[in-house]
Design a binder for this molecule. Structure first.
Ligand code: DCP
Ligand code: MG
Length: 415
């Protein structure tokens, strides 16, 4: 009989991601302190202009802009491991970092390139292990349980294969933690950063998890941590020693129970193939700036179409939502947003148009517009919406609190 499969979940996180992507372009900076952050500066443009005739990889290291003398309010997005040795890191102000590591090279973020590599490393993983949950630009969870090799050495064999393949195809390194669940895998991926693998089994809880600070639990933020510290609890082990009832008394039923489970390494959240969208939206920039009064008909038609597109997207993806919002950008590039939350989950174009219309009325429309957007948030899966109100016909859910009239007879929205 085949041995029973034990649950093996991996968390993979790219190493110094934004910085590593820059190093692919500028390999001459490898091993040097490099920080990414702030906005694009004249120094960045000057570098490229001065070396327009040579490949990027041939720009002399001495010519790159440095942190020294930085003034401004920018913050570090990420830093290479060489820079981290000087004590600089994510979220630190660039001016403070300039004092700690003046010789560090400062580069801006290139989001287009970041997204390209983000997609690339995820596609490589999907080829090897199809059960992947996208957790943002540089991290994913992967269910190793039933993937060939996923059980061998606790998942180390598969983790190494993925790590190696990503490196061969992109030249980027990552770190992987493999554990019985997401909670522990997320912690484990940090254990041997950079370019590391860490394997955690249920039995390792006491040795590998309990000595860690409570903050290492994904979900315990600075506030919860402060409260725990105030109660004399610093480590996960100390948290695990508390009675469930005591935790519930101090943190409430839900958080208390979660803290208790987390400190005991328990987490049964599944790896979700597609992460849940936060909102679904459509926007359009006009070919020429439009005026709310003079171009009323045109704007009204565009507005209706956007609402219809959002409704279609919601239907395709199987969601309803109850916060409806608009976004406007004026000819001076200033943007405003307005939203309104309705009582029932909605998904039809007509109701979205009505509520979005009310949002629009809250914006003074004297300036010309460049862009209009419609957004539906506070989403719920259509399926769940049907389950929680199974006694109601679904049609009721889709009707907002505002009486439905036809879109065409909507009062003048762009007055
Ligand atoms: N990032 C950001 N703002 C933050 C944190 C991170 O824009 N507050 C970006 C920059 C990072 C990327 O997201 O490169 C991934 O974040 P990580 O926390 O995984 O940090 P790194 O990948 O840079 O470093 P590490 O090697 O520690 O994972
Ligand atoms: Mg990372």
């Amino acid at each position: 009989m085949a041995p029973r499969l034990i649950r093996r979940i991996a968390h993979l996180d790219m190493d110094a991601f934004y910085a590593s992507v820059e190093l692919l372009r500028y390999p001459q900076l490898k091993g040097l302190p490099v920080v990414i952050g702030g906005g694009r500066r004249s120094a960045d443009d000057a570098l490229l202009q001065a070396h327009a005739d040579v490949p990027l990889s041939k720009i002399p290291v001495a010519d790159f802009p440095r942190l020294a003398g930085y003034t401004g309010r920018g913050v570090i997005t990420t830093a290479t491991y060489a820079a981290r040795q000087s004590g600089v890191g994510s979220a630190m102000g660039l001016m403070k970092a300039a004092k700690l590591c003046p010789e560090a090279i400062l580069l801006p973020v290139d989001f287009v390139e970041i997204r390209r590599y983000s997609r690339a490393f995820k596609d490589i993983i999907l080829e090897i292990a199809p059960l992947m949950e996208d957790r943002g630009v540089d991290e994913v969870y992967i269910d190793f349980t039933e993937v060939p090799g996923g059980q061998r050495d606790g998942g180390r064999v598969l983790a190494r294969l993925i790590q190696k393949t990503i490196f061969q195809q992109t030249n980027l390194t990552c770190s992987v933690g493999v554990a019985p669940n997401k909670l522990l895998a997320k912690m484990a991926s940090e254990f041997n950063k950079p370019n590391g693998i860490a394997i955690v089994f249920e039995d390792d809880l006491q040795d590998k998890i309990w000595p860690l600070a409570c903050r290492k639990i994904n979900g315990i933020g600075p506030k919860a941590d402060e409260k725990l510290q105030g109660l004399g609890i610093k480590t996960i082990g100390q948290l695990a020693q508390q009675e469930l009832g005591w935790l519930i008394d101090h943190f409430g039923q839900k958080t208390g129970a979660w803290l208790h489970a987390a400190s005991h390494g328990q987490d049964d959240r599944p790896v979700e193939l597609e992460s849940e969208p936060v909102s679904i939206s459509r926007e359009t920039t006009f070919e020429r700036d439009l005026h709310a009064v003079r171009d009323k008909a045109e704007l009204g038609a565009i507005f209706t179409r956007l609402c219809e597109q959002v409704a279609a997207d919601l239907a395709n993806k199987g969601y309803v939502g109850k916060t409806i919002g608009i976004k406007l950008r004026f000819d001076d590039f200033k943007s405003v947003t307005r939203d309104q939350t309705v009582e029932a989950y909605v998904g039809d174009a007509k109701t979205i148009r009505q509520v979005a219309g009310l949002c629009l009325k809250r914006v003074p429309l004297t300036q010309r517009l460049r862009l209009l957007g419609v957004r539906v948030a506070s989403l719920m899966r259509l399926q769940d919406a049907a389950d929680t109100t199974s006694k109601q016909p679904l049609a009721l859910l889709q009707k907002g609190p505002i009486a439905s009239e036809s879109i065409a007879s909507e009062p003048q929205l762009f007055d």
